[in-house]
Write a new protein. Structure first.
Length: 354
């Protein structure tokens, strides 16, 4: 069995909430990512999907150590990134690159396209760790090679970002991410800011690059159709937690978690007959605030299938078939929780907390 290239265990990212103008003191925290675990295997695309504010972007920034995680473990190629020293982290960053969501904000407006793409090569001064340092001419050739590979003419290398469209800017960001021949690319909603006609071009480009360079992707999106198109496996996030993870085909054909089912029912299907006859699941209430510690299922407040047991017990991930896991008490085969009263559930939670 293949070994994972990336292992994430109980990753947490909490942002402090402070009070006071001068002597600021912490009065709480925003639990943007609250304990997620998954593996990523070489050559695959793991899609992470969920509604806005569920912690998708924060998760990938914590994995890449752009945010220092509050807790948990991130192991990349045997290296524990959360405790790595600066020298080790610098070497690891060569193999972990990001494509950011906003192509208008992720490129320095004072730098030419040539300087933007060449910057990683200048910092590391070589394509691969064991290669000799690159000369200025080699860097120039590498920039031109990357521009043409992502569909940009090399004659534009001395232009500035404001002279390009959104799709072209995202291609520049992709070229920059490819400069050091990374092993894994973290794509944070790379097509959400683009026109629909351009989205398909960028997705096809990413797919072609993955096959050509054997890249591994973690792909963030809130568009279910995009995730279905590009992903090998899909993880569904809600309120900072992963509630279901499965192979893409299996997840879309057989969603198990009530939130996943509701999410998929909201996605339009381009078939008027199917669209007319299928049942929509309307969730009541709003997404709870992530500033409070929760002792039960994170989806309890909005779940149409909730039981008293769910209010005071956080569900673990239950295995349901090959490569399919779901965090829901409905799939615990050891006990039927429908018969448990609210009083029994509270008593059990109180006993467990002692």
């Amino acid at each position: 069995m293949k070994q994972p290239i990336l292992q994430v265990r109980d990753l947490k990212q909490h942002f402090p909430v402070t009070s006071g103008m001068i002597l600021q003191r912490q009065v709480g925290s925003i639990r943007a990512v609250d304990g997620i675990s998954f593996d990523v295997y070489e050559g695959e695309t793991l899609g992470i999907v969920g509604e806005s504010g569920c912690g998708k972007s924060t998760a990938v920034r914590s994995i890449s150590q752009l945010y220092k995680p509050t807790g948990g473990s991130v192991i990349f190629n045997g290296i524990e990134l959360t405790t790595a020293d600066p020298r080790t982290m610098l070497a690891a960053r060569r193999d972990i690159q990001m494509i950011f969501q906003d192509p208008y904000a992720s490129l320095n407006p004072r730098m030419t396209v040539r300087s933007i793409i060449a910057e990683p090569l200048v910092i590391y001064n070589r394509r691969n760790l064991l290669d000799p340092p690159l000369s200025k001419l080699e860097i120039e050739h590498r920039v031109e090679e990357l521009m043409e590979r992502v569909g940009l003419s090399k004659v534009f290398k001395n232009r500035y970002p404001h002279e390009f469209s959104g799709g072209q800017r995202q291609r520049i960001g992709i070229a920059r991410a490819l400069a050091l021949n990374p092993k894994i690319i973290l794509a944070d909603e790379p097509v959400s800011a683009l026109d629909v006609s351009i989205q398909s071009q960028i997705l096809n480009l990413l797919s072609d690059l993955q096959k050509e360079f054997n890249l591994t992707y973690i792909f963030i999106a809130h568009d279910l159709a995009v995730i279905q198109h590009i992903s090998t496996r899909v993880a569904v996030m809600y309120l900072g937690k992963i509630v279901e993870i499965s192979e893409a085909v299996n997840l879309y054909d057989n969603p198990l978690h009530p939130y996943t089912t509701a999410l998929l029912s909201a996605a339009p299907i381009p078939d008027p007959v199917v669209e007319r006859n299928r049942q929509r699941i309307i969730l009541t209430g709003d997404v709870p605030s992530p500033d409070k510690e929760r002792f039960g299922c994170y989806f309890y407040d909005r779940c149409p299938k909730r039981m008293p047991w769910c209010s005071n017990h956080i569900p673990p991930m239950f295995k349901r078939g090959k490569n399919h896991e779901v965090a829901c008490w409905l799939y615990d085969e050891t006990r039927d929780y429908h018969d448990v009263s609210m009083e029994e559930a509270k008593a059990d939670a109180a006993k467990a907390s002692k």
